[in-house]
Design a protein around this ligand. Structure first.
Ligand code: HEM
Length: 211
C-alpha cells in the first residue's frame, strides 16, 4: 500500500506499553485465578509453585497496572465523550449487524471503546489500591482487619470486571479487521479510518492546521 495512504494511530511507546501490559496481565490473571478458584490451583504452576505464584502475583500485577494507568492517561484526550457518540450508541443494532450505511460516524474511538476505557480506569485503580492494602506481609499489617477484608472483596470484584472487559476488548479487536496490525505496527490505512473512524480524519487534519 502507498505510504501516504497510511496514518499513525499508536506511537511506538504506546505499543510497547500495550504489549507489555498484555504479557504481565496474562501472568497476573493466571496466578490470580489459581488462588481465587480451588479448581484453577494448577494454574499457579506458571510461576513454579503456589507459594511462588503468591509472591509473584502482586509484583507482576503492579507491573501491569502502572503502565496501564500511564497508557490510559496518554489516551485520555481520545476518549472524551463527544456529541456524536450518543447517536452511535443508539444505533448499536446497526453496528452489530454491520449495516454500514446506517452507522453514525465516530472519531478516534467509538463509544464502545470509550466505555471499556472507563472500565479500565476504574478497575486498574481499584486493583492497585486494594492490592496494596491486602499485600501480606508488607502492607496489610498497617490496616485494620476489616479494611483488609473490604480490600479483598473489592480486589476480587475489580478482577472479575476487568477480565470480562478484557474479553470484550479482545473480541472487538479481532472483530474489526486491521485493528490488531494497527496496534502491532502503529499505522492504519486511510480506507480503514474512513470505514471505522471517519471523524478521526477531520480531527487529524484540524490538528495539522493548528500546528
Ligand atoms: C491479547 C490481548 C489483547 C489484544 C489482542 C488487544 C488489542 C488491542 C488493539 C487492536 C487496540 C487498538 C484499538 C484501536 O486502535 O482502535 C488496543 C488498544 C488498547 N488496549 Fe488492548 N488488547 C489486548 C489486551 C489488553 C489488555 C489486557 C488491556 C488492559 C487491561 C488492554 C488495554 C488497551 C488500551 C487501554 C488500549 C487503548 C485504546 C483505548 O483507549 O481503548 N488491552 N488493544
Amino acid at each position: 500500500m502507498n505510504k501516504s495512504e497510511m496514518i499513525d494511530r499508536h506511537s511506538l511507546f504506546d505499543r510497547l506499553c500495550h504489549w507489555f501490559i498484555v504479557a504481565t496481565g496474562l501472568v497476573t490473571f493466571l496466578t490470580g485465578l489459581s488462588f481465587f478458584f480451588p479448581s484453577f490451583q494448577w494454574l499457579g504452576a506458571i510461576a513454579g509453585t503456589p507459594e511462588q505464584a503468591r509472591a509473584v502475583h502482586p509484583i507482576i500485577g503492579l507491573m501491569m497496572c502502572l503502565p496501564l494507568m500511564l497508557m490510559l492517561v496518554r489516551y485520555y484526550h481520545h476518549n472524551k465523550w463527544e456529541k456524536h457518540d450518543l447517536p452511535w450508541m443508539l444505533a448499536i443494532k446497526d453496528v452489530m449487524f454491520e449495516n454500514e450505511d446506517k452507522i453514525p460516524p465516530v472519531g478516534h474511538y467509538n463509544p464502545g471503546q470509550k466505555v471499556l476505557f472507563r472500565a479500565f480506569v476504574l478497575t486498574s485503580i481499584g486493583l492497585t489500591v486494594s492490592g496494596i492494602i491486602m499485600w501480606q506481609p508488607y502492607f496489610a499489617p498497617y490496616f485494620a482487619p476489616e479494611t483488609v477484608n473490604w480490600a479483598i472483596l473489592i480486589h476480587a470484584v475489580c478482577a472479575v470486571i476487568m477480565m470480562i472487559f478484557v474479553l470484550v476488548h479482545l473480541w472487538m479487536a479481532t472483530w474489526v479487521e486491521g485493528s490488531i496490525p494497527g496496534m502491532l505496527y502503529g499505522k492504519v490505512s486511510r480506507a480503514w479510518c474512513r470505514k471505522h473512524h471517519p471523524l478521526m480524519l477531520n480531527e487529524d487534519s484540524e490538528t495539522e492546521k493548528h500546528q
